[in-house]
Ligand binder design. Structure first.
Ligand code: ADP
Length: 164
């Protein structure tokens, strides 16, 4: 145990809703870290599918079996949140080249603006096509999204479906 510095990272995102792809990144990330904070961003200007508190609640239930994962929420800049937590590493997932070009820009900006590094995990091949926005679209039209989201998210997503 030569290295006494705890390996901590923050996985920030909207998680609106949480998908099996997100959960895969959380599990694989947590296996490599001492502590992972999954941080649900709250952007008052963004139109929400699920309320912020519901997204936090779903995540708490979905990661309950992972001892080194904590769920939190934040408003505003991710790097400011990281600074307040005393964490200087962010974790993000990459599905394709579109993700890469966007994430590359954000990661470099976060390093310049906040001195924060970003580590990336490639999406599991079975999750590479899964996105929250596609799930919202399918759910709004009454489609079956049960293969794409964790069981903890399903009732909440279905409730939104019924309201439409
Ligand atoms: P944001 O609005 O911050 O992009 P998201 O909830 O959409 O929040 O995504 C959070 C992170 O999860 C991002 O790094 C995104 O690339 C990653 N991600 C989203 N869907 C998947 C997936 N299916 N597999 C792996 N990573 C994913």
């Amino acid at each position: 145990m030569g290295n006494s510095v705890a390996r901590k990272a923050i996985f920030p995102g909207s998680f609106d809703p949480l998908t099996n792809g997100h959960l895969d990144i959380i599990r694989r990330g947590a296996a490599m870290l001492d502590e992972l904070i999954v941080a649900v961003g709250h952007n008052p200007l963004k139109i929400e599918f699920l309320p912020h508190t519901t997204r936090v609640e779903i995540l708490r239930q979905a990661v309950a079996d992972l001892g080194n994962v904590r769920v939190d929420s934040f408003v505003g800049l991710t790097v400011e949140y990281a600074r307040r937590q005393g964490v200087s590493v962010l974790l993000r997932g990459l599905r394709n080249s579109a993700d890469l070009s966007r994430e590359f820009q954000v990661a470099l900006t976060n390093r310049v603006v906040g001195g924060v590094e970003t580590i990336f995990l490639m999406a599991g091949p079975e999750h590479a096509y899964t996105s929250s926005s596609l799930i919202k679209e399918v759910a709004r039209m009454g489609g079956d999204i049960s293969a794409l989201v964790p069981p903890q998210a399903l009732p909440y997503v279905q409730k939104v479906e019924k309201r439409k």
